[in-house]
Structure formats: structure tokens, C-alpha cells
Design a protein around this ligand. Structure first.
Ligand code: UD1
Length: 357
């Protein structure tokens, strides 16, 4: 019998699961694929629902690390992953994106003598306050194979003289979104929330550098107050809800009658909501590119982005946390350019499979 490569994927947070889906499907018949869940995300809405919606197998391991400080989380993951890796005969470990689980997976595998492949390598926001930026830089420097989604990402990696081999594979979001659009046609979320297509703005915010600043939170709530004529749908991340309550701002948010606060959504409902939104306001990385692929204008409430192509293409406006800029963009800004294939042709998972298996 032909010897198949033994590959393990380390995932732990919402954006990792989404990227796992196309890779698992591409490699599962050509490798022995083991899925390791660190337990970084454990709420049903942030974890299990993604495995169900994408028909992903139950992870072979769940390390149940849970929440905590950055050092606790990463440290526990490294320790618990090492216990698996040292006993394993994996040829390769794949890590995805820029979460704490990504960095822990790369570090632990590398120190256990296993090769590392990084999916979504080379992205840089050049904002070192973001934990994700540090995770990206460290993971890229630990990896043997760097799968870069864009030419900018390739250039960033070359500038940093990383050790591993760099490949421009395009971005997985193209195939993920195509698949999600098909599946999400069944979603009833618009009816459920009593929303007409294109009648609302979809809002998300969960980045530590935003939620941990009272000024940023106030700037956003003030923007909501000024935008009282626009319906805003806000699936609220548990971190954001917790911090708003701690800083005594949750009540003020609840007073904004134009804001529909809802629980975090599964991916298919979320894609349906994004596709039918008039605009998106977000601090997420993934949503900037997904909204571009869905031709929905994106207002990014950060001072920078790792997806600069979407800004250059004219569909992503960087406003920072400035109330007036956000309000003006929400009311008046309309992209005037056509959508171009800046994120690859949707063959990324096949290209990666051909390189690894
Ligand atoms: C993580 C990623 C971020 C990604 C985001 C998607 C890092 C550094 N950040 O941020 O890049 O965009 O996931 O959601 O890895 N919590 C729950 N239930 C859960 C998980 C978390 O209530 O299932 C709460 C806890 O209070 C926790 C907080 O959310 O302390 C933050 O969770 P954490 O996993 O540390 O980071 P995210 O903000 O989710």
C-alpha cells in the first residue's frame, strides 16, 4: 500500500476552523489527516457549529485549554501539543492564520522536530500592538512551508528573510465563500431577524486593541447614536460583551434602538447576513476580504490592515476609531470600482495539497 503523508492540523479559534474546511477536503484522501483542537474557543457558537456546518470530522484531540492570559493560553497549548507531538509520527503540522493556537502549534511542532506549514503566511498590518501581528511574525519564522495568499504577503516574507520556502497560493477565502454562499441559501436568518436585503449595516468588533480601550468603545457607541436612521446588526463576540459590561457601557449600547444586538452566528448565517448587508463595519481581518468577495463595501475600524489589496481595490475604507469618519463613511461612501480577482482563483487548497501530499 502506498505510504500516505501523516499530517496534523492544529486549530483552536473560529477563523482557524473556516480555513481548515477546504484544506481538510483537499488532503483527506491523499494523507492521514489528524485534527487537533486546542480548545481556545469552546462556546458552541464559536466552535462546534463550524464543524457541523462544514461537515468536518470531530477533532481527534481536544486540548481544552480555554480562556486566559495570552501567556497562559499559548504556554498551555505548547505544553499539551508537545505531549502529542513527541509520541506521534507526523510528517508535518499545518497551522492557519494568526491566532494563539497558530503560534502554539508552529512552536510546539518545530521544537518536536516536525515540519511546519503555515496557511495564510506573510500578512502584515505593521501594528505591533496586535497580538495577531506578533503571532504572524513568529509563526512565519518557525515555518518550513509558507503559503502566502497574495504578492504583498510574498514580498513581506522575502523582506524578512524567513527560513522556509515561500509559495504564492492565492487565498482560501475564495473557495470558502463560494461554498458558503451555496450552503447559506438555506439560511433563514433574514426572516428570523426581520431584515430586508440591503437595508442594514452589519457590524463586528472583537479585536483586543479596540475592546480594551474605553475611548474606542465610546467612539463606536457614539457613532451608533449619530447613525440613528440606519439599522445596524451587531453579532456580539463574548469578549466584547464582557468588556462593555466591565466598563459600564453595555447599558448605553442597549439604548441605541437602531442597533440589533444578537449572539455570535454560525458561518452560514453570517455569510448570508454579510451578502445582504448594505455595508459592513468591522475590525476583523477575514471579514475585510470576505465582504470584498461578496461585493459589499467594508469600513474597517482600525488604523491599518493586513489586507491592503482590498483598500487599493477601492472597496475597503480605513477609518480608525474616529466617530466622524465612521459616520460619514456609513452614510455616504460608495465604492466606484469593479471587483477584480485579487485573492486568487479559488484553487488554493488544491495547490497546497499538490505541494504537501
Ligand atoms: C481570537 C483570535 C483572533 C480572532 C478571534 C475570532 C488570538 C490572539 N485572537 O480572538 O485573531 O479573530 O479569535 O473570534 O488568538 N470567550 C468565550 N467563549 C469562547 C472563547 C472566548 O466566552 O469560546 C471569551 C473569553 O472571555 C475570552 C475572550 O472571549 O477571554 C477572548 O477569547 P480569545 O480566544 O482569547 O480571543 P478572541 O478575542 O476570541
Amino acid at each position: 500500500m502506498e505510504n500516505k503523508a501523516k499530517i496534523a492540523s492544529v486549530v483552536g479559534a473560529r477563523p482557524n476552523f473556516v480555513k481548515l474546511y477546504p484544506i481538510h477536503n483537499a488532503i483527506r484522501n491523499y494523507s492521514e489527516h489528524t485534527i487537533i483542537h486546542t480548545g481556545q474557543h469552546y462556546d458552541y457558537e464559536l466552535s462546534e457549529t463550524f464543524f457541523k456546518e462544514f461537515d468536518l470530522p470531530k477533532p481527534h484531540y481536544n486540548l481544552n485549554v480555554g480562556s486566559g492570559t495570552q501567556a497562559f493560553q499559548i504556554g498551555e497549548m505548547i505544553k499539551r501539543l508537545e505531549a502529542i507531538f513527541l509520541k506521534s509520527d507526523f510528517d508535518l503540522v499545518i497551522v492557519y492564520g494568526d491566532t494563539n493556537s497558530t503560534l502554539a502549534g508552529a512552536f510546539s511542532a518545530m521544537r518536536s522536530g516536525i515540519k511546519v506549514a503555515h496557511v495564510e503566511a506573510g500578512l502584515r498590518s505593521f501594528d505591533r500592538r496586535m497580538p495577531e501581528e506578533i503571532n504572524r511574525i513568529l509563526t512565519d519564522n518557525l515555518s518550513d512551508y509558507l503559503f502566502a495568499p497574495t504578492e504583498t504577503a510574498v514580498r513581506n516574507l522575502k523582506n524578512e528573510h524567513v527560513y522556509g520556502k515561500i509559495f504564492n497560493t492565492g487565498d482560501l477565502s475564495v473557495e470558502i465563500i463560494n461554498h458558503a454562499i451555496k450552503l447559506s441559501s438555506k439560511s433563514k436568518i433574514l426572516d428570523h431577524l426581520e431584515l430586508e436585503p440591503k437595508s442594514y449595516i452589519l457590524f463586528t468588533m472583537h479585536r483586543a486593541e479596540n475592546t480594551d480601550s474605553k475611548d474606542s468603545l465610546i467612539a463606536i457607541i457614539h457613532a451608533f447614536e449619530l447613525l440613528s436612521e440606519i439599522k445596524i446588526v451587531f453579532p456580539i463576540h463574548p469578549r466584547t460583551k464582557k468588556v462593555l459590561k466591565e466598563k459600564n457601557l453595555y447599558e448605553r449600547l442597549l439604548k441605541c434602538k437602531n442597533v440589533k444586538l444578537i449572539k455570535p452566528l454560525g458561518y452560514l448565517d453570517f455569510v448570508k447576513l454579510m451578502k445582504n448587508a448594505n455595508k459592513v463595519i468591522t475590525d476583523s481581518g477575514g471579514i475585510q476580504k470576505e465582504s470584498y468577495l461578496l461585493a459589499v463595501p467594508c469600513i474597517t475600524i482600525r488604523n491599518n490592515t493586513e489586507w491592503i489589496e482590498t483598500v487599493d481595490a477601492g472597496w475597503n475604507l480605513i477609518t480608525g476609531m474616529h466617530t466622524n469618519k465612521i459616520v460619514k463613511a456609513a452614510r455616504n461612501w460608495i465604492p466606484t470600482t469593479k471587483i477584480k480577482p485579487i485573492l486568487g482563483d479559488g484553487r488554493t487548497s488544491t495547490i497546497i495539497k499538490d505541494l504537501l501530499c
